[in-house]
Each structure stands twice: as structure tokens, then as C-alpha cells.
Design a protein around this ligand. Structure first.
Ligand code: DMJ
Length: 579
């Protein structure tokens, strides 16, 4: 692990690591030892997958929300996500074209601007949110609002290439209308939003007051960008107030729980981990810091990250623990946790990320896909949560790790993912979720995130040309948001990463943005692309010689994120057994 560079405080180093993820992607094809023909073959296989899923959706389900690939029919799942009784929907309700909205940014990543423009035009003319439908705020935010604002930004960026005239900002108006419908959810004594809201009538009588940590802690990217695009500060203010309240509810160990009450601001479920109900809370803290540059996000994230590494991590695994005591509660691997190595790669904890990623891959190989839940203490599947709904998280981490290391092994992992998806889940009418990974019985549902995330990350693994001219972060639903100096607290306009410079590396030229070279020139002279970045949890020992008098002179180990202690001979180290 590289020692900390002299010119950057930790948060700034992080931004460099994040930006370099995009900046370091321009190397010559094949330089990593993976053949050009093989890469092209894989890229085409992923394209086939995307269009098989997309075309079937457009044929059998559009404009409803999602495709039922076994029966070639549809489901208005965005409403179902809110447990809405479909009988309560207006007669003419035909869904929110959710899968189309979710597909737009992927169409741009895949280079299909014609189909993107067609989708943008259709949505501009037909989509409305003035419907009597009870929806889940979190899901609607990450899928619809995120899909719309990302597509709006891409439409602006690519509008000169459109055939049908200039883009009219209609997707932004739709996003604004949706954001407005979210606001009543935040009118609680705590500022924590209700989990469910009716798009037409706001919060319903007797609505549940229970929500999850991710439900109120992962709104800031979409609502923050919506505010910056519209000039209406209410969206960002509401999301930030909720996030601050949530963070104020953390325990003395800097841990949060999984569920809480929005009226009282009290925890309901004290046990939590990095998976279901919490996952994107961590993700949005660090991504909000990268996108908006406020140290407040970094401070929250850094404390939260160190607490996760300290109380949840066991070797390459992450269990759950009680937020009050830090005592382990459930020893379970879940499919959702597989995003964590991707997040760690963004931070520079590449070694730790690789360790966990390999364990997820073992489980993937054992079952052919990742089961929703696996009992680590019993070494067996969870009795009921045996499904695999085409989730993206493992492909996402594989993409990030490949970007950071250029190790072709990750491309081979991608081959295994693509192989499994085609072998087990492809049917005539699209891609079906796996109901039970022990029998590979299928279920009649093609989730929209298969198009917004799973296919997108697999495609980017083999063709990252979309990332070459712009730095993006991806929302938790895979929608790209550009890193802009105008949205960023730290970077003046001159630092916009618009003009790329090429830096000669020993192996190949590395593309470096104006931004990354301005922040810390030394970062561009790293010997090779495979060099890991500085770890976010690294705290150096007080003395470069590692000599110490007490434990206080010792820092935190970069790879393990464990506190080092002072030995009897007076040297800092990890003197306790870690695994
Ligand atoms: C997606 O909707 C998002 O990634 C969300 O954060 C949780 N996971 C699902 C897909 O698995």
C-alpha cells in the first residue's frame, strides 16, 4: 500500500481516487493482456443481453413498469412496491414506463442515441405523475427521479446529435413535478420522510411511520442534483435535513440501525450491517462528497466507514451487529452486500475490496448466481431467501475493481457472470429472476435494474468509452451524474476536467483530467495503473520510524482498517490476531 502523499488531506486524496477511476480508463485495448477479439465478443454478448431484455419489455410490457418475461406480460411494479392494491388505480392507469426511464442512461452508455432520443420524446409527451398511486419514496427516487435527471443531463450533452431538433428540457420538468410530489413526505417533526406517499394526495391517513435507514439516508444525490438543475433549493434542503437527523441518531460507536420511526426519530431495529435497508446510506455519503465536495459528507462517511470496518468486518466477510454494543447479531452474506467492494475501490481500499470480491465470487461459482442470503455460520442457504432477482451488485464491484487494477482476471469474472445469466435466466421473453438458486426455478419478473445497472456495468467492463471524456459518479441505481465544478464546493470553474492531458506512463499513456492533475500533481506519476490508491481508513503512525511509547502513537492499518497497537519493544503493529 502506498504511503500517503504529502500534498493532500485525506478527503482530497479520495476525490483524486474517484476521479481517476474515470480518468484512467483510456488505455489501449489489449494492453492488460486480454485479447481484443475476446473483449469485442464479450461486449457484443452484453449488447445482445441488453437488447433481448429491452426489446421484450418494449414489445410486451411498455408503457407499464416492468416485464413479466415468462408470460410475456407486464406488471405495474412501482405501485406494487408500495403494496398498492391495483384495484385502487384509475382504470386507464398504464404505468410509469419505469423500465424505459431506467434504460435511458444505459442506451447512451451503449451508444444508441437514436433509441435514447425516441424514448426521451415519448416520455416528454406521455409521462405524468398526476396519478392516485401510493409509491415507495426511496424506490421512486432512485429509479424514476434518478433516471429522469440523468437522462436530462445526457440529453442536453448529446442534443446536437439528435435528429428531431433540440431537446426541450421536458425530462427536467417531469423530474421537478415528481420532486414536488415527494416534498409532503418530509413534513414530519423530525424531517425524516415517510417511506410511502401518494403521488396525487401526499401522505395518506394512517400511513406507516416506519422507514429504513437507506429510505431516508439515500436521497441526497438525486434531490441535490434536482435542486441544482432547477434552482429550487427545497429538494436538497429536505434531503440534507433528513440525512443530518439520521446521522444525529447514530450510536456512540458511530453505527446506525436498520429501521426507525419518522415521527419520533427512534430506532426500531438496532441490528444493522452493510446490506438490505442500509447499503445505499453509506454509498450516498461518499458519493455526495465526491459530487458536491462538502466536508460534512466526508466527515460523516469517514466515521461511518471506520465503524463498519471495526464492528461488521470479519476477514473478508461482513456480519451484522447491534448498533448500541457492536456485538455481532447475524452472520449472513447477502447479495446486496456485494456492492461494498465497489465502494471500497472508489475509496482506494483496493486490497480489502479484492479480498471480499473473491469471497462473493466463490459463492457465485458455487450456486451459479448469488443467493439473496447465505448463512455464514452454518455454511448454507437461508431457508427462505434463496432467490436471485438479477441483481447488479457483484457485476458493479467487478467493474470498479477492473477499472482500478486493469487485472484481466476481473474480465474473466465478467465472463462467468454473463455466462450464468444467459444459461440460467434467459428465456424467450427476456431475462427472468431466479426464485430458488438450489433448483434454478425461475420467477416471472425482469426488474428494471437489470437494464439500468446489471447490463450497464457488464457493458462498461468491456467497453468504457462512455467514461473517457467526462467524470461521472453512478447513483445506486446505476444512473450517471457528471462531476461538475459548478456543483462542487471546492473546485472553481477553471478546474473543470474538460481538457484532458496525456501523461506518458511506462506501460501506456494515461489520461489525466485537468482536475486531478491540479489537485495533486504527484498522483499522475504513479508507476503503473495497477498501483493501489491510498486507503481511506489509513491513519499513519505518529512517527515515520513506527516507534511508539503508547498505543496513542499508533495509527490505523491501511489494508485491514484495524487500529495498530504499541508492542512491548516499542513498535506499532497489528499485534492482535485479525482473522
Ligand atoms: C437497486 O435498486 C439499487 O441498487 C438499490 O440500491 C438496491 N439494490 C437494487 C438492485 O439490487
Amino acid at each position: 500500500m502506498r504511503s500517503p502523499g504529502p500534498c493532500l488531506p485525506a478527503p482530497a486524496r479520495l476525490v483524486v481516487a474517484a476521479l481517476l477511476l474515470a480518468a484512467l480508463t483510456g488505455g489501449a485495448v489489449g494492453a492488460d493482456g486480454y485479447g481484443r477479439a475476446r473483449r469485442l465478443h464479450m461486449k457484443n454478448k452484453v449488447l445482445e443481453m441488453f437488447y433481448h431484455a429491452y426489446d421484450n419489455y418494449m414489445t410486451y410490457a411498455f408503457p407499464h413498469d416492468e416485464l413479466k418475461p415468462l408470460t410475456k406480460s407486464f406488471t405495474d411494479s412501482l405501485s406494487e412496491l408500495g403494496n398498492l392494491n391495483l384495484e385502487h388505480l384509475p382504470q386507464d392507469y398504464s404505468g410509469s414506463a419505469l423500465t424505459l426511464v431506467e434504460s435511458l442512461s444505459s442506451l447512451v452508455v451503449l451508444g444508441n442515441l437514436t433509441e435514447f432520443e425516441r424514448g426521451v420524446l415519448w416520455l416528454s409527451e406521455n409521462l405524468t405523475f398526476d396519478v392516485d398511486a401510493r409509491i415507495n419514496l426511496f424506490e421512486c427516487n432512485i429509479r424514476l427521479l434518478g433516471g429522469l435527471i440523468s437522462a436530462h443531463i445526457l440529453a442536453k450533452d448529446y442534443s446536437s446529435q439528435f435528429k428531431h431538433g433540440l431537446y426541450q428540457d421536458r425530462l427536467l420538468h417531469l423530474a421537478d413535478s415528481l420532486g414536488n410530489r415527494f416534498l409532503p413526505a418530509f413534513e414530519t417533526p423530525t424531517g425524516l420522510p415517510y417511506a410511502w406517499i401518494n403521488l396525487k394526495y401526499g401522505v395518506m391517513e394512517n400511513e406507516t411511520t416506519e422507514t429504513s435507514t437507506s429510505g431516508c439516508g439515500s436521497l441526497i444525490l438525486e434531490m441535490g442534483v434536482l435542486s441544482r438543475l432547477t434552482g429550487d433549493s427545497r429538494y436538497e434542503a429536505a434531503a440534507l435535513r433528513a440525512l443530518r437527523k439520521l446521522w444525529s441518531m447514530r450510536s456512540s460507536l458511530n453505527l446506525v440501525g436498520t429501521t426507525l420511526d419518522v415521527l419520533t426519530g427512534k430506532w426500531i431495529e438496532y441490528s444493522s450491517g452493510i446490506g438490505a435497508g442500509v447499503d445505499s446510506f453509506y454509498e450516498y455519503l461518499i458519493k455526495a462528497y465526491i459530487l458536491f465536495g462538502s466536508d460534512e459528507y466526508w466527515d460523516m462517511f469517514h466515521s461511518a466507514y471506520l465503524a463498519v470496518q471495526k464492528y461488521f468486518r470479519h476477514g473478508p466477510w461482513y456480519h451484522e451487529a447491534d448498533m448500541r454494543t457492536g456485538e455481532a447479531t447475524h452472520w449472513q452474506l447477502t447479495s446486496l452486500q456485494a456492492f461494498w467492494p465497489g465502494l471500497q475501490t472508489l475509496l482506494g481500499d483496493v486490497t480489502a475490496a479484492n479480498l471480499s470480491h473473491r469471497e462473493f465470487y466463490n459463492i457465485w461459482q458455487r450456486f451459479g448466481v448469488l443467493p439473496e442470503r447465505y448463512l455464514l455460520d452454518y455454511g448454507m442457504l437461508h431457508p427462505t431467501e434463496k432467490y436471485y432477482p438479477l441483481r447488479p451488485e457483484f457485476a458493479e464491484s467487478t467493474f470498479y475493481l477492473y477499472q482500478a487494477t486493469k487485472d484481466p482476471w476481473y474480465l474473466e469474472v465478467g465472463e462467468a457472470i454473463v455466462g450464468s445469466l444467459n444459461y440460467y435466466t434467459k428465456v424467450d421473453g427476456g431475462f427472468a429472476s431466479v426464485k430458488d438458486v438450489s433448483t434454478m426455478k425461475l420467477e416471472d419478473h425482469q426488474h428494471s435494474f437489470f437494464l439500468s445497472e446489471t447490463c450497464k456495468y457488464l457493458f462498461l467492463l468491456y467497453d468504457d468509452s462512455f467514461l473517457r471524456n467526462q467524470n461521472y459518479i453512478f447513483t445506486t441505481e446505476g444512473h450517471p451524474l457528471p462531476i461538475r465544478s459548478t456543483w462542487h464546493e471546492k473546485f472553481p470553474a477553471a478546474y473543470v476536467p474538460s481538457n484532458w492531458t496525456f501523461v506518458k506512463d511506462e506501460i501506456q499513456p494515461i489520461r489525466v483530467s485537468a482536475l486531478s492533475s491540479q489537485v495533486c500533481p504527484e498522483t499522475i506519476f504513479w508507476k503503473s495503473i495497477g498501483t493501489p490508491w491510498e486507503s481511506a481508513c489509513h491513519v499513519p503512525d505518529a512517527h515515520a520510524s513506527h516507534r511508539c511509547r503508547t498505543d496513542d502513537d499508533c495509527g490505523i492499518e491501511a489494508i485491514t482498517c484495524k487500529k495498530r497497537t504499541c508492542s512491548m519493544a516499542g513498535y506499532c503493529g497489528l499485534w492482535l490476531v485479525i482473522y
